[in-house]
Design a protein around this ligand. Structure first.
Ligand code: ADE
Ligand code: ZN
Length: 337
């Protein structure tokens, strides 16, 4: 007998974790304009429609140019509080019970924002969400790979007073021409300090960048990694080790990694036995949060309930939560019908 199709109601009730989310990528157009006006930051847009008209990307770099411009409106503690709270309210609405969120201090520090301003706004929102609806959150200290390794090492040193607020480090921004090997020393230093590690690799970059992230940076998880499918040995390695991939379907379409959702390889990766998860990356810019990503997969790839349940379980097993908590969340998914 064939399965019942996925409905948005069913999906909304399914407990899920999000493991690949840039907090600046959750800056909604209306919030961007409000903060630009409040902080007297010049942006070349007068309305939400004008901001959204700029969401017409040709590749990763064309998106990053707008993404960094957007983040320049964030200035004081309350701005960071609202940015985080807007996203956590979405988690509540979509039953994303656990989120591992990338924070990129190198975006704000040159604008005169201090590490403690940013962290205290984020922490205030996270504490409120934990207290009022038991939202689970871990933070990832993510570095910008178009900048130097020295800059990243200086930023890692600045993060020292906030060490206990981050579970892992990450690596994002322009991938091509900035291979993982550029950050070998950074990852070694951070791992010595007890950080876990993730890195973007194999989004626009070739499978060699995924090898570099695994072997040189020794990451615990790969962000994106969809181009791994071009290398059979790499696929075998990912199946054998179960190093997770945090895949972002809508992002990959909007940044033209695939021409259309029907061409996306996420279900092929899942079928081949990789530990794949679904994530939104930069939901304000790419047309959807977690549930919209699942629904697009349902509409264009024929995602089944069995596959969605597997992806939800993967989101917890691939997380940096304790084994106990993972087991508890897996039980919740097992009891979900
Ligand atoms: N920063 C925000 N989104 C990103 C993406 N999809 N790839 C690399 N860096 C990013
Ligand atoms: Zn990303």
């Amino acid at each position: 007998m064939s399965e019942m199709p996925i409905t948005s109601q069913w999906l909304s009730a399914l407990p899920k974790a999000e493991l690949h989310l840039h907090i600046d990528g959750s800056l909604q157009a209306s919030r961007l304009l409000q903060l630009a006006a409040k902080n007297s930051v010049q942006v070349p847009y007068a309305s939400v429609e004008e901001v959204e008209a700029a969401y017409d990307f040709t590749d990763l770099q064309s998106f990053l140019d707008l993404y960094y411009l957007g983040a320049s409106v964030l200035q004081d503690e309350s701005d960071f509080y609202h940015l985080m709270m807007d996203y956590l309210l979405k988690c509540k609405e979509q039953n994303v019970v656990h989120a591992e969120i990338m924070v990129e201090p190198q975006t704000y520090l040159p604008n005169g924002v201090s590490f403690s301003t940013m962290m205290s706004g984020f922490k205030r929102a996270i504490t409120e969400a934990q207290d009022s609806w038991s939202q689970s959150v871990l933070l990832i200290l993510s570095f910008l790979r178009h900048l130097s390794e020295e800059d990243a090492l200086r930023t890692l040193a600045q993060a020292a007073p906030f060490r206990d607020q981050f579970v892992a480090i990450g690596l994002a921004s322009s991938e091509l021409a900035h291979p993982p090997e550029k950050f070998e020393r950074l990852y070694k230093t951070a791992r010595e300090q007890g950080y876990l590690a993730v890195a973007h690799a194999g989004e626009e970059g070739p499978p060699g960048y995924v090898w570099g992230a695994l072997d040189v940076l020794q990451v615990d998880r790969i962000d994106h990694g969809v181009r791994s499918i071009e290398d059979a040995d790499l696929m075998s390695r990912l199946v054998a080790t179960q190093v997770p991939l945090t895949v972002c379907p809508l992002s990959n379409i909007r940044l033209r990694v695939f021409d259309q959702m029907a061409d996306h390889n996420i279900l092929e990766l899942l079928d081949q036995g990789l530990r794949v998860t679904v994530n939104s990356d930069d939901p304000a810019y790419f047309g959807g949060y977690m549930n919209e990503n699942f629904m697009a997969m349902e509409a264009e790839l024929g995602l089944t309930r069995t596959q969605a349940l597997q992806l939800a379980k993967n989101s917890f097993t691939a997380s940096f939560l304790s084994e106990d908590l993972i087991a508890r969340y897996i039980d919740q998914v097992d009891q979900f019908t």
